[in-house]
Design a protein. Sequence first.
Length: 128
Amino acid sequence: MREILFKAISERTKRFVCGSYFNADTGHTIIENGGSDASDFHFIDPKTVGQFTGLTDIDDIKAFEGDEVEVFFKGEWVYNAIIERDVCNPCFVLHYKYEGNGHDRYEYDFTACGLRTFKVIGNIHNKN
């Protein structure tokens, strides 16, 4: 069974925080990361929430929905993709964006079969 975690950008620190995700009665969206101290609760921007895929990259970094990854294929780091949750099926997919040909490609269930070696190189919500 995989660990259920979420990450999102804290409104206070403007950095990613990880933990349990919930909506408070006050209307705030919160990530709680392990304790009862006030510093363990973060008001977050709900547009930046990403769920943990259950996988880690080659550097043992947890991979979340919204992460940009570089994919190793045939001996080279050749493809960049975004980890997304599929809208019709209960799985995460790698979304490869092809420029120029007008077609994107999706790789389904890459998490279930562990087919890809990858490294997390960023996230769609912290681009400058």
